[in-house]
Design a protein around this ligand. Structure first.
Ligand SMILES: *[C@@H]1O[C@H](CO)[C@@H](O)[C@H](O)[C@H]1NC(C)=O
Ligand SMILES: *[C@@H]1O[C@H](CO)[C@@H](O)[C@H](O)[C@H]1NC(C)=O
Ligand SMILES: *[C@@H]1O[C@H](CO)[C@@H](O)[C@H](O)[C@H]1NC(C)=O
Ligand SMILES: *[C@@H]1O[C@H](CO)[C@@H](O)[C@H](O)[C@H]1NC(C)=O
Length: 561
């Protein structure tokens, strides 16, 4: 893989300006930069780097070293500088600093500062050795220097950089949500404009489909990129190939909220059988990974989420590991080829119950996984022979048959395998599960109702005539109707509050919600209860620079929008 990277890198690097512009324009999300090829190259990268949205087109038209809006300061002897853009708060580097805020952001949550750090690209002479002294040690926590040996005898051979590491420091809790493309159509549609983005750090856009040959593809191209919303060129004056639909709205959110990341979620329950043959074959795994990355880049997303429910045996579990490895490699290769010093995320929606989680090779998967979206719900339902809590934090001694599983058990199982707590997000359902004709928790029941297999959206609960109740042992809420004898297990602000405190106490990564349409607004919102109780939301930057997208408006960063 590394050999491939070196070879692949040689050609595009000819354009030094491309690197400069790319590095400046990209959201420089972490502390490593790849550099190599036919120059001896030393690039200093600060730990935290940000850039604004609307810069790419302007910068890409500039000559190297004369990038508009960026003043290069360099202590190197050659003139070509790689502007990089540290967040001013974390940078003590000298140099001009220009406060730039996202262009049209009435709702922008913060202002990023574009300043140059001391970075240099040098033309090598045959005896030149990469400079190894950091210019400013306080901002340069990680230095990558690499050089390419071909045609440069005497130059030191340094391994090309491997995958960039995720930020090791705490940067706030994650509050993520699944947003479905099928939810945007139909009578009770939930539009992307309704997403409570100020409370969110990640939006998982569900679900992409999978071809038999492994190709990841849209499950609904109209919802993704076709549907016209207000201001989406109503008079059809725009020529060319543009993304509309949810994809455009998500990109606009990212421009206005530079801490909001979007992920392409592939699979889901319905498409999951398609994983089996694809993951089993090396060629199809590669096709899967490459096409998923392609689609992520086309859509202007920050990562890929894999939702395979569920690998059924040890062989499939190993195939899952290999599939994740292929995806991680494809993401890193993509960053490298396009000179994007950004770590695109790879996340997994993973099971909480032992029946499915114990089949997985979680420790084997972990090196490739940035975030575990622990599906801490559906603990009980129509498949069970008693009623119970579907998403309880703890098992309850008072109601053992209503709490056969618990989120705490699942988290402990993951942690016990060596998975870092900070990579785990616990799932919170925005729906309830209904049981009919029952006398209470842990009791027998008859039927779950005709509506969607007993699944009811939180915003419709409690149903008329039902009392909302609290199980303090399990830290779970539920409702019961004495007249109809219906029991519904569902999360409320109160249970969400306990989950948020649990996340904080256990130093987990955060929480996520399945899915956006079920929540309420205002004080009754579960998403908002979570974000407010977590108190500090993830500040890692998103990425906006997709010059390789097939959609022209994403390629150009949605100028004017
Ligand atoms: C949507 O609403 C229309 C009019 O109220 C109704 O005729 C149609 O059946 C509804 N469609 C769905 C899928 O519920
Ligand atoms: C996979 O199959 C689809 C259609 O089923 C086709 O369009 C695509 O080109 C194929 N991809 C590869 C890599 O074979
Ligand atoms: C613009 O194009 C869309 C999609 O082709 C079409 O539905 C719409 O009617 C067109 N609008 C105008 C004003 O021509
Ligand atoms: C439910 O099934 C389990 C075994 O699967 C059994 O032990 C238990 O008694 C059953 N409970 C009821 C209420 O039928």
């Amino acid at each position: 893989m590394r050999g491939v990277l070196v070879r692949a890198s040689a050609a595009p690097f000819v354009v030094v300006g491309g690197l400069a512009a790319g590095a400046a324009a990209a959201a420089l999300g972490q502390k490593r930069a790849e550099c190599s090829a036919s120059f001896t190259t030393t690039v200093y990268m600060p730990t935290t780097v940000y850039v604004t949205a609307s810069e790419p087109p302007a910068l890409s038209n500039s000559a190297p070293g004369t990038s508009s809006g960026v003043v290069a300061t360099s202590t190197s002897t050659s003139g070509d500088a790689v502007p990089s853009t540290p967040l001013s708060a974390t940078s003590s580097s000298a140099g001009p600093s220009t406060g730039v805020s996202p262009s049209d952001s009435g709702t922008a949550s913060f202002t990023v500062s574009l300043s140059t750090s001391t970075s240099a690209v040098e033309e090598p002479t045959s005896t030149q050795v990469p400079t190894s002294e950091p210019i400013s040690s306080s901002v340069t926590s990680d230095i990558i220097s690499s050089s390419v040996t071909s045609g440069a005898p005497g130059a030191p051979t340094v391994k090309p950089p491997g995958p960039p590491s995720p930020p090791p420091i705490f940067r706030g809790y994650k509050n993520a949500i699944y947003f479905t493309n099928w939810g945007t159509s139909g009578n009770s549609s939930y539009l992307p404009q309704e997403l409570p983005v100020s409370e969110l750090t990640h939006i998982l856009y569900a679900f992409a489909d999978i071809d038999a040959n492994g190709t990841v593809k849209s499950s609904d191209a109209f919802a993704d990129v076709g549907k016209r919303y207000a201001r989406d060129d109503p008079l059809n004056r725009t020529r060319g190939h543009h993304a509309y639909g949810a994809v455009k709205q998500l990109y606009l959110y990212k421009k206005r909220n530079r801490n909001l990341k979007t992920l392409l979620s592939v699979g889901g329950f319905d498409y999951s059988p398609k994983f089996v043959p694809v993951a089993a074959d090396p060629g199809r795994r590669r096709t899967f990974a490459d096409s998923a990355v392609r689609m992520m880049a086309d859509y202007g997303f920050d990562g890929i989420d894999i939702d395979w429910e569920y690998p059924a045996d040890a062989d499939q579990a190993q195939h899952f590991v290999l599939l994740l490895q292929a995806c991680r490699e494809a993401l890193d290769k993509f960053s490298f080829r396009h000179r994007l010093p950004y770590r695109f995320l790879l996340t997994v929606a993973s099971p909480a119950g032992p029946v499915n989680s114990h089949k997985l090779d979680l420790a084997g998967m972990d090196p490739y996984v940035d975030i575990w979206n622990l599906m801490a719900y559906d603990y009980t339902g129509s498949w069970d022979n008693t009623t119970g809590h579907q998403s309880n934090l703890y098992r309850s001694p008072r109601h053992p048959s209503a709490t056969k599983l618990s989120t705490d058990d699942a988290v402990q199982y993951y942690e016990g395998l060596g998975i870092r707590s900070s990579k785990i997000l616990i799932g919170v359902p925005t729906y309830g599960r209904s049981f009919e004709s029952t006398s209470g928790l842990g009791q027998a029941y008859a039927g779950v109702g005709t509506e969607g297999g007993g699944v009811l959206l939180y915003k419709t609960l409690p149903r008329p005539g039902a009392r909302e109740l609290w199980d303090d042992g399990a830290k779970a809420s539920w409702s019961y109707n004495d007249a109809t004898r219906e029991l519904v297990s569902y999360d409320t602000p109160r249970s969400t509050l306990y989950k948020a405190r649990y996340v904080r106490r256990k130093k987990l990564g955060g929480a996520f919600f399945w899915e956006a349409t079920g929540d309420r607004a205002g004080a009754a919102s579960l998403v908002s209860t979570m974000s407010k109780t977590l108190g500090w939301l993830d500040e890692s930057p998103n990425h906006l620079w997709y010059p390789m997208s097939q959609y022209e408006n994403i390629r150009w960063g949605m100028p004017g929008a």
